[in-house]
Design a protein around this ligand. Sequence first.
Ligand code: CP
Ligand code: NVA
Length: 310
Amino acid sequence: MIRHLLKISDFSKAEIEKIINKAVEMKENPNKFDSTLKGETLLMVFEKPSLRTRISFEVGMQQLGGHAIFYSIKDSPLGRKENIHDTAKSAARYVNLIAARLFKRHDLWDLAQYAEVPVINMLDDFAHPCQMMGDFLTIKEKKGRLEDFKIGYFGDAYNNVTYDLMRIAAMFGLRLDVACPKGAEFLPEQVVLDEVSQLSKETGAKIEVVHNAFDAAKDSDIIYTDSWMSYGIPIEKEEERRKIFMPYQVTQKIMEAAKPDAIFMNCLPAKRGYEQTTEVIDGSQSFVFDQAENRLHSQKAIMLFLREKF
Ligand code: CP
Ligand code: NVA
């Protein structure tokens, strides 16, 4: 059976740990892996913009001895000229892996259903599993463990990154307070809450949606935020959203309400003065560039795993 990574819970907790451990090994000794995907090709399909994801996958594939193709479908969206099934079936005849950053989850799922090679989600409207792998590698490095901690998340909760953060926190039995404005536009979708509640039953995780930022910060080991203006949100919405999300901005006071050794995380791109103050993102508790770097190491491990190389 072909495995895909469409959301973080497509992998088990044991598989996530195995991939993170491999990423640690690959980060320490990259030369040992420089031919592990020799002669292999990754197709990267982009419908939305990217800095980190595009560069880290392309460099990662090159460091493994393989080759990556960047294919932008911005001007000819999937399913318009031919159906997604035909795109998936054709592409899979040329390449060993497909990674895609698409607007709609159903397009991604269709791609995975018909591609006869593993498909990796590089961000849709439902998940960002590669981000979670990099982030949990970062947490392991900074905290020395992947259990027994509390995360406070702040801002937009109707959001791909938030959804996978909720899923992985549930899988690892963590505490996560998601602090966000009231209103369906800003809250997690019911389908995500249901999945998270099911996952939590097995692990004892405590995932809660709250509306007071200081409640979420209290006792947190990790303070996490994401963009208030995700890719695709029209610029006309910016001012209205800025006002709505401002009570959830991560400020130095929020950091002080968390544990003294709390770390600040943001998957980036970030806007200073929006999701967090400049003082916080550029402060000593911030590890946002370690997160960015760890995308590279963890994605290399994900690709090896999906190609059944370990
Ligand atoms: N965090 C992340 O996915 O960044 P990019 O949008 O730059 O790829
Ligand atoms: N929620 C953000 C994540 C960017 C990596 C977005 O969708 O733009």
